[in-house]
Design a protein around this ligand. Sequence first.
Ligand SMILES: Cc1cc2nc3c(=O)[nH]c(=O)nc-3n(C[C@H](O)[C@H](O)[C@H](O)COP(=O)(O)OP(=O)(O)OC[C@H]3O[C@@H](n4cnc5c(N)ncnc54)[C@H](O)[C@@H]3O)c2cc1C
Ligand SMILES: NC(=O)c1ccc[n+]([C@@H]2O[C@H](COP(=O)([O-])OP(=O)(O)OC[C@H]3O[C@@H](n4cnc5c(N)ncnc54)[C@H](O)[C@@H]3O)[C@@H](O)[C@H]2O)c1
Length: 476
Amino acid sequence: MRLLTPDICVIGAGSGGLSVAAGAAAFGVPVVLIERHRMGGDCLNTGCVPSKALIAAGRHAEAIRAARRFGIDAGEPRIDFAAVQDHVRETIAAIAPHDSQERFEGLGVTVLRETARFEDAATVIAGDCRIRARRFVIATGSSPAVPAIPGLDTIPYLTNESLFDLRALPARLAVIGGGPIGLEMAQAHRRLGSAVTVIEAGRALAREDADLARFALDRLRQEGVDLREATAVAEVAVEAEGIVLGLQGGGRIGASHVLVAAGRRPNTAGLDLAAAGIDEGPSGIRVDRGLRTSNRRVHAIGDVADVAGLGPLRFTHVAGYHAGLVLRAILFRLPVAEDRAILPRVTYTDPEIGQVGLTEAEARARHGDGLRILVEPLSASDRARTDRAGEGMIKVITTKRGRILGAGVAAPEAGEIINAWSLAVANRLGIGAFARAVPPYPILGEIGRRAAIGYYRPGLTSPWLRRIISLLRRFG
Ligand SMILES: Cc1cc2nc3c(=O)[nH]c(=O)nc-3n(C[C@H](O)[C@H](O)[C@H](O)COP(=O)(O)OP(=O)(O)OC[C@H]3O[C@@H](n4cnc5c(N)ncnc54)[C@H](O)[C@@H]3O)c2cc1C
Ligand SMILES: NC(=O)c1ccc[n+]([C@@H]2O[C@H](COP(=O)([O-])OP(=O)(O)OC[C@H]3O[C@@H](n4cnc5c(N)ncnc54)[C@H](O)[C@@H]3O)[C@@H](O)[C@H]2O)c1
């Protein structure tokens, strides 16, 4: 067996692992990177990239339908689904070189295309290599969790791992789960011509502020998605007319395809974490806010990490942020801690739902009533009118003194709008920063400044302010 002794051994070449390997290699630090499947992990191959490419195709189809409201009638779009999937594949192929084995070897990283497992607290085995590294970073990601619904295993159900391989449009798509994957894919397929039903056991987009999520849910329903909340599937069967989902409490839904989008499970099977003394729980590898596992040589990041018992935050930018933190800890021995309050997220439905910092409910739970909630409808933006951008709003939460605790946006391009609020939250800016900045006219993000000005509105009726103004008037 070949013995390798790098400074850092990274397991998993997805969003988190690639960032650690590239960052360490840039400083000339010896790195071994182990990947058992595809370079780029979930995000590139079966997650963010294909899903956003499919959403873009759906958006174009919808724009053609909506064109008649602008005086342009292009009729109902004709959809060549195989060509849509070619666009998805081409998008992946265009980004793939950035994550490729060749690129990383060019950076000086030793890439092993093997499955990794721990032999002991300081050793990993990958194929015919034994790796003894000073530090290990586990970035093995997550996989779709499949609920134990009787009969589900008797049909060829889809997950994000197989959805983008379809060459023909699903005629009747049933989606189990109304989280971000379920709703993004439900809307995209509906816009491309599928009949879509979403079955959600609880509330759809439950993590989001309900006032904001409502705009996306209403829009999906208007576009014809049959969205059933508080509904559970009791059993799945194949009958003469195709797949049938029997609902608890009665009712049946017929489908040609079933997409399971019911949450994730951490990829830890086969890693032999116990051999290395690494603790794990149902939500993933247990790490502290510094992303350290119970083995002091080993960090865990990204989808596989359950940070300080708060549960994982499964986003590509979070995996990248974790990578930056562990590089600082490993290379510079600096103390680091995940700051969850600064991390944004966006659900790419139309309208998009963007959020950074605390939602209103989270802020009330933490700060009680010592808050200001600043709300501005999207319709206050002239740009929303020129573009017929539909319904939406911004909701900003500040302390009584104006420190921004969180912001949420429901709007087209909410992800772009929330980015400025992310900057503000990360830098602990007050709401005055948005009141002072002058947004170019007419952008949708202007509703943020309007919300900020709303913070000062009660002051306008203050008797003191009025007295000062009348005093100053006497001086001409
Ligand atoms: C449909 C979908 C859409 C998404 N959209 C977005 C989005 O728009 N924005 C966003 O921020 N996030 C999105 N995400 C989430 C995002 O994809 C993940 O958060 C991100 O990929 C996590 O990165 P990671 O490095 O932790 O894991 P991954 O990217 O999953 O990488 C883990 C890698 O480890 C490898 N591996 C596992 N076990 C072993 C082993 N024992 N040995 C060797 N290799 C191993 C795997 O093969 C994989 O390549 C989406 C996810 C899905 C499923
Ligand atoms: N835009 C983005 O950034 C983006 C997009 C997609 C996914 N992601 C990441 O991937 C993660 C996983 O996404 P997800 O949507 O699979 O998971 P999720 O956990 O966010 O949502 C799953 C939903 O499925 C429901 N559910 C679970 N079991 C069910 C059952 N038996 N019947 C009906 N409903 C059931 C849950 O109540 C929940 O609402 C997300 O949390 C997110 O971190 C991010």
